[in-house]
Design a protein around this ligand. Structure first.
Ligand code: NAD
Length: 330
């Protein structure tokens, strides 16, 4: 029987194939096991001999990690690492890695798709034609895109891409981002009020946390002087949805394009489902065949890097440096 150099376990994942992961681990002669376990005791049983883990939803609590004496690395599929007890991992010398940037193109394209569709009314006309109405006048007025101002709330990786891509349409970008001192590449930083006041399109790209929950509410809608289009591809609760519905009903904004909602999926009585100037999508911004394939390959690579003594592309618990269970170069 073939001797494997390492054992790697995928605790759980909801993607159909693990071909990318298999390819990565074949290169280092590691055995790969797909466990599909979620419960604490099952996870311990399935992973007790593992040198490395790939993880999606299964909770890697302190108890679980304490029962994995050989585990050197946990790589999470995606950005968030809420499923892993980071403090426990650090205490035990287990490196935790993630992939923070596998879908920047997808989400930025999606935000732009929502803006373009709202401005050119493609979803609106499509629905009209399919109920027998062929008349461009039903969509009047339509405004020119060139020369408009895009206001970003959060100007990190995705916000920057939205601004860069829309600049080729002749759109100027301004941004509110309290953690940046200077605006990245062609984006003018402004205070929150100025972005609300001056923008024709407002696109949200900050993370959801205590300071951004309901960042856009009743007061903020009243300060939007240009009746902008509001785009959210970040997280639903950043917008107070009751206030958004009210703003749409009162005409304080021209329309909304939302990939994320406070409640996903929305209740069947959500008034936005009947609004022609609202476009919804089912939290799909992250997804393309290519982004998922890249996510799988890079998550596996994070584990294989550690097992072969290299720091992975993105380490979440930086404090583990100096006490990792495996000798690392660099
Ligand atoms: P990022 O960390 O590169 O950028 C976030 C930016 O927001 C940072 O520049 C940060 O300084 C800024 N910020 C933080 N707090 C802020 C505040 N109170 N007001 C304004 N700006 C603030 O993140 P990213 O990769 O650009 O991703 C942005 C968000 O997109 C993520 O947090 C996530 O919620 C969302 N996302 C959604 C999908 C999807 O499928 N729809 C997929 C991936 C990411």
């Amino acid at each position: 029987m073939k001797q494997h150099s390492y054992q790697v376990v995928i605790t759980d994942c909801d993607h159909g194939s693990i071909e990318e992961e298999k390819e990565v681990f074949a290169r280092i002669g590691a055995e790969l096991i797909l466990a599909q376990v979620r419960e604490e005791d099952e996870v311990i049983r399935a992973c007790k001999d593992a040198d490395g883990l790939l993880n999606q939803y299964a909770l890697l609590t302190r108890k679980v990690l304490e029962h994995l004496p050989k585990c050197k690395v946990v790589a999470r599929y995606g950005v968030g690492v809420d499923s892993v007890d980071l403090k426990a991992a650090t205490d035990l010398g287990i490196i935790v890695a993630n992939v923070p940037d596998y879908c920047i193109d997808e989400v930025s394209d999606h935000a732009i798709a929502l803006i373009l569709s709202l401005v050119r009314k493609t979803a609106f006309f499509n629905a009209k034609i399919k109920t027998g109405q062929w008349d461009f006048r039903s969509g009047i007025p339509i405004r020119r895109i060139k020369g408009k101002t895009l206001g970003l709330i959060g100007s990190g990786k995705i916000g920057l891409e939205v601004a860069k891509k829309l600049s080729s349409f002749g759109v100027r970008a301004i941004a509110f981002d309290p953690y940046l001192k200077t605006g990245p590449q062609g984006i003018e930083l402004k205070d929150f009020d100025a972005v609300l006041k001056e923008s024709d399109f407002i696109s949200i790209h900050c993370p959801l946390n205590d300071s951004t929950r309901h960042l856009i509410g009743e007061k903020e809608f009243k300060r939007m002087e240009k009746k902008p289009l509001l785009i959210n591809t970040s997280r639903g609760p950043i917008i107070d949805e009751k206030a958004l519905i009210h703003a749409l009903q009162e005409g304080l904004i021209t329309g909304a394009g939302l990939d994320v909602l406070e409640k996903e999926p929305p209740d069947s009585v959500n008034p936005m489902l009947a609004m022609e100037n609202v476009i919804l999508s089912p939290h799909v911004g992250f997804y393309s065949e290519e982004s998922i394939s890249e996510l799988k390959r890079r998550t596996a690579k994070n584990v294989s890097d550690v097992l072969t003594g290299k720091w992975p592309g993105s380490v979440v618990n930086q404090e583990v440096k100096g006490k990792a269970r495996v000798p690392m170069s660099g």
